[in-house]
Design a protein around this ligand. Structure first.
Ligand SMILES: Nc1ncnc2c1ncn2[C@@H]1O[C@H](COP(=O)(O)OP(=O)(O)O)[C@@H](O)[C@H]1O
Ligand SMILES: [Mg+2]
Length: 351
């Protein structure tokens, strides 16, 4: 069988650039070389694109862009090409791509922008389409859509940079403590927990540094559950995990250090509750138009209710990350997971 040429996109103009490097290194290391020719495409923090010919370890260690073999590239939206244009001085070389796997997190990668470019280019790609990616990235939009599908969400208000002080203080009616979040962020960046008015005002100011739109949410007392979903028409669901926190919340440091947080896989919930979680995750996946894969995050409140938190359309993908671990616990090893993702992308191009 002919090998597929798979473009792996990594890095990107995002606060989650480093996480993407770790995820991409794991993807490159686990893709089956007998099935795929890999084209590594790195995007620097300031948005320069290069084809990279070195080792995955250099991606992991954030020194890939120093490699002298890096060639400037553009991904052409011209459907007659369907591939990558390498710019070599005044010459160019063209590499067709069968499938692209955007291993990018956060802004300019997971938020529909890259998906829009790939849709224009007519190149099949792994994961959610433009609309779904954009909807999941925006916590306010995602909550509105999920709530319209009849699923419980934490009480919240949405504000922007133009909101009045009264609007901001109206959030107090939700009751402290409150979570203040940039609407479109990830890895807990810009998120804070406010216990009083001063912390609320500081939290709003801080969140507005990251986004012009923010969401203020009631604190849900309970545990966080994650659900890995894989596929399209009839998706498969991995094992459910649970985050046990002894610190304040699952912040940016905790997510990657796990000093005070413990991840339980499987979650310490009854088989019946697990079924309920899976059903709800599927409903959310469908309500938000997800495809390929996504990690659906929920809260299980102390009184036993499930509430929607968020969907990560390109969840952390290192060999130790939650999504691959949840699929492994359901019997799907990393290389097989990658095969499935590529197979689901290699369908008719979404127009
Ligand atoms: N309403 C809430 N109640 C309780 N904890 C919350 C709430 N919102 C966020 N958190 C905590 O903050 C973390 C990050 O929030 P989240 O909305 O998942 O943002 P991110 O996209 O950065 O992961 C969560 O994993 C959880 O620990
Ligand atoms: Mg989260």
């Amino acid at each position: 069988m002919k090998k597929l040429t798979v473009g792996v996109l990594f890095g990107g103009c995002s606060t989650e650039h480093e996480v993407s490097l770790s995820s991409a290194a794991a993807v490159v290391n686990h893709l089956n070389r007998d099935k795929y020719d890999i084209v590594m495409i790195g995007i620097t923090r300031d948005g320069r694109w290069y084809r990279f010919f070195g080792e995955a370890d250099d991606i992991q260690r954030d020194r890939w862009s120093l490699n002298p073999s890096c060639v400037p590239v553009v991904l052409s939206p011209n459907r007659a090409m369907k591939g990558l244009v390498e710019l070599i001085g005044t010459e160019f070389r063209f590499t067709p791509l069968d499938v692209v796997f955007p291993v990018l997190h956060g802004k300019n990668g997971e938020d529909g922008t890259m998906q829009g470019l790939l849709e224009l280019a007519g190149i099949p790609f792994v994961g959610c389409d433009t609309l779904s990616s954009a909807a999941c990235m925006d916590k306010a939009v995602a909550k509105t859509l999920v709530s319209a599908a009849g699923i419980a969400i934490p009480a919240s208000v949405t504000l922007n940079a133009e909101s009045s002080l009264e609007d901001m203080l109206a959030a107090e009616e939700l009751g402290y403590p409150l979570y203040v979040k940039p609407a479109r962020s990830g890895s807990s960046i810009g998120i804070s927990k406010a216990y009083d008015r001063q912390e609320l005002v500081d939290g709003i100011r801080n969140a507005l540094l990251h986004d012009s739109k923010i969401v203020i949410e009631q604190h849900v007392v309970g545990v966080e559950l994650g659900c890995a979903v894989l596929g399209d028409a009839i998706p498969e669901i991995g094992a459910i995990d649970e985050i046990e926190l002894t610190g304040e919340f699952f912040d940016n440091v905790e997510k990657y250090s796990l000093n005070t947080a413990t991840i339980h896989l499987p979650a310490r919930i009854s088989a019946r509750k697990a079924e309920e979680v899976k059903e709800m995750a599927l409903e959310i996946y469908r309500a938000l138009g997800c495809a390929g894969f996504a990690r659906v995050d929920l809260f299980l409140s102390a009184d036993g209710k499930l509430l929607f938190n968020e969907v990560n359309t390109i969840p952390g993908f290192t060999a130790k990350s939650r999504y691959p671990n949840m699929m492994r616990a359901a019997g799907i090893e990393f290389p097989e997971l990658l095969d499935r993702l590529i197979a689901s992308a290699d369908r008719e191009v979404r127009a």
